[in-house]
Structures are given as C-alpha cells and as structure tokens.
Design a protein. Structure first.
Length: 403
C-alpha cells in the first residue's frame, strides 16, 4: 500500500527536507517510494489531483521549493547491482555514488562519479555528470546504456531510441527513472589530490594554465581553486602511473610557487573524491583571456574554481552540455561587475544542468539544436508537462497543420 504523507503527518517534515538551508519546501503531499508500484501510484495521484509533480532522492539537486506539489521521495530505492563481466552497474533512483563505488571497487571497476560520494547517482547522471574521469571517459550521462521509466501515463517502460537519448543528460523531466544502467571502467587506482600554494602568483598561474591544458592528455583532469582565505589550490586526478602524473603536473606547480601542502597520492578511485566549490554562478569559456584572469584574481571575498573540460567530453555527442567549452568558471558568490563583464565578453552564454539553480535558464544548458530535439521528445512522451517542475524541458508547441 502506497503511503501518502500530508502536512502534520509523522515523517512529512523529514521527507520534504533538502540539503539547501535556504529552502523550506511545503509540498501538498509526499510519497516515500519503496518500489515501482509506489512511483506509478504517485504519478497517477498527481494527475488525478491536478498537482505539480516533483522527485527528490538525496536533496542535493533540489534548487526550487516545490510548494503545493506532490513530492515523490525515492531515497529508499537504493539498490545497486554490479555485473563485472559486462562492466555495467544497475541502480535504483535512490542510490548514491558511495554505494556504487563500494560495489564496483572489488572488481577494479569505477563509475563516472562526481566530486562527492554522497550525491545521488540518478539525478547527477540525468543532468550530465561532470566527474574527474570525464576527460578520459566522458560525462556520466554518456555512459548510460539503459533505463526503466514510469511515464506520465503511469506506464512502466524500457527507454529506447529518443527517450534514452533524452535521458542521457536532458534531465529528469521525461519520466521517473526507476532503474538506471551504465558502464563501468577499469580504473583500480589513480594519482590524485590537491596541492596548496599562496595566491601571490595566481595571475601567472592562470595565464600559464590556459596554454598548459592544450598539451595535457585525456587521462589528466585538473582544476584551480582561488580561495577567499588567500590560498591557491591545484586539484588533479591522473588515471595512470604516478611518476608520469607528477611529471605532467610539475610545470604547473613550478609556476604556482613554493608548495604549502602536497596532498597528491596514489589511492583507489573510490577513495579519491575531492569536494567541489558550491556554485552560485557557473560559466563556460573557450579560454582564460587576460581580462578574465585579472578579474578573477581580483575578485573580493569569494572562492573561484576554474576547471578544464575537453578530451572525451568534446568528442561525445549526447544531449548534455555545450561540449566545445574548454573551461568552466564557478564562483560561490554573485560576481563583481568587473568579473561579470569579463565573463560576458569571453563566455559562451551557457550553463550546465547539474550546476543550474534558475529554472528560467534551463535552455542555456543545451545547444540550440539539442534543446529543440529535447522539446520535440518531451512533446511525445509528456505532452501535458506532468514532469514540469524545476529544471524541466517544456514540450514543443504542436505544429499547425494547414487546412
């Protein structure tokens, strides 16, 4: 029997919480799902009652308070099965990356997980999924090979063709994914960690970085973080021999200046998670021109993270993201006018679904061609926009037929 929790019911308050302290959502009803039948019941109930429909697993990706909605909570559907022969994992919608990492590691396999092992697998993957192996193996969305979905009509289907393409980075507004299957990769250990410096040579380091990344192999992923406490941190993961990794990184470290703390080490991939910067703003740029470098270095009282994209990301052709961007720039505060101007001049006006908080900017996470295709698919699988909450793709308008 499916449980429907209303305001005042035991368990309602715990089920509605997110990880965003600024959000205090007040859904009309919460459905804690234990299985696919509960998901189907929730979809049917939302349609019958005329309620907006929203899904939450871990709360990491919830940026909008779904007041008055039916909120489906899938956290209990957290099963993980690893098939080492096929090198795939099958997960429920409530699984977290730590669950997959633990299940895959004994076989020397790794998923394309993100910066935090506590993040939910499904939401992260449907939104694109930019992890530390992305330059080598692509976005997490590109690794998806199958999905079970509850549709807007309450049917349970295996995603094929257009629907499967849309789920590979188009977000969660095409149906409720109750099972996701994705590839795993033979990565037992990596050379990874962070090296700290002062910010004294930040401008020189960023200027060197923009040219240095042109020569780095796909196995190496890096990010430079300018912290508000006056430190510059270079985060890196090399999916290969440690000596080779050190040799590749040494020129960048030399420019950055005397090392304050060296946290690079050889570890199992499951132990190599490096936290990211909380994104207030996210921009993609083709390069770090001088004006942008100067603005970022001078940005007051904030943390800035510049991350290298490229590699396999740019060579894949899935629904997610603007693949031709060389770098992303994250700030944890609203940027100064100087930085906003520099980003506006050098940026490509894009965003990334996993880092987007404003539903009115959802289209900026996709190329114009992919956005049009996603809207066409949405019109086929969810023409009434049942799954229209949050960062949703709206259905394309019906094409008028001449009389």
């Amino acid at each position: 029997m499916t449980t429907f929790l209303h305001p005042g019911d035991a368990g309602y308050d715990d089920a509605r919480k997110t990880l965003k302290p600024t959000l205090d959502p007040r859904p009309a009803v919460v459905v804690p799902a234990a299985g696919t039948d509960d998901v189907r019941a929730a979809v049917v109930a939302a349609r019958r009652r005329g309620l907006p429909f929203a899904v939450q697993a871990t709360g990491h990706g919830t940026h909008v308070a779904h007041d008055g909605a039916l909120l489906l909570h899938t956290g209990a559907m957290a099963g993980v099965i690893v098939d080492p022969d096929r090198r795939v994992a099958r997960v429920g919608p409530g699984a977290r990356w730590r669950d997959v990492l633990a299940a895959a590691a004994p076989f020397g396999l790794a998923p394309l997980s993100g910066s935090s092992p506590d993040v939910g697998v499904t939401g992260y993957t449907l939104g694109g999924g930019l992890g530390w192996l992305a330059r080598r193996h692509g976005l997490a969305a590109d690794s998806v090979v199958g999905a079970r979905v509850v549709t807007a009509d309450g049917d349970v289907v295996t995603a094929t063709d257009d629907l499967l393409w849309a789920l590979r980075g188009g977000g969660g507004s095409f149906g409720v994914v109750t099972g996701l299957e994705f590839r795993l990769y033979p990565v037992a250990s990596v050379y990874a960690g962070a090296v700290s410096f002062t910010r004294e040579r930040a401008a020189e380091t960023l200027a060197f970085y923009r040219d240095w990344i042109e020569r780095t192999p796909d196995e190496l992923s890096t990010a430079i973080v300018l912290h508000r406490d006056g430190t510059l941190v270079i985060k890196a993961m090399y999916a290969g021999d440690a000596d080779r990794g050190r040799a590749l990184l040494a020129p960048l470290w030399t420019v950055a200046g005397p090392v304050q703390e060296d946290g690079m080490r050889v570890v199992g991939y499951a132990e190599a998670a490096m936290g990211g910067t909380a994104a207030r703003t996210f921009d993609q740029v083709p390069t770090l021109d001088d004006a942008l470098v100067d603005a970022l270095v001078a940005e007051p009282d904030c943390t800035v993270e510049i991350r290298h994209w490229g590699g396999r990301i740019a060579r894949d052709t899935g629904a997610a993201a603007h693949r031709d961007a060389a770098l992303s720039v994250i700030l944890d505060v609203v940027p100064s006018d100087r930085t906003a101007t520099a980003l506006g001049r050098s940026g490509i006006g894009s965003s990334f679904l996993n880092f987007l908080a404003d539903p009115t900017r959802t289209a900026t996470a996709f190329t114009a061609e992919n956005w049009a295709t996603l809207r066409r698919i949405k019109a086929t699988v969810d023409p009434d926009n049942v799954f229209g909450a949050g960062l949703a793709v709206p259905p394309a308008a019906p094409v008028a037929v001449a009389a």
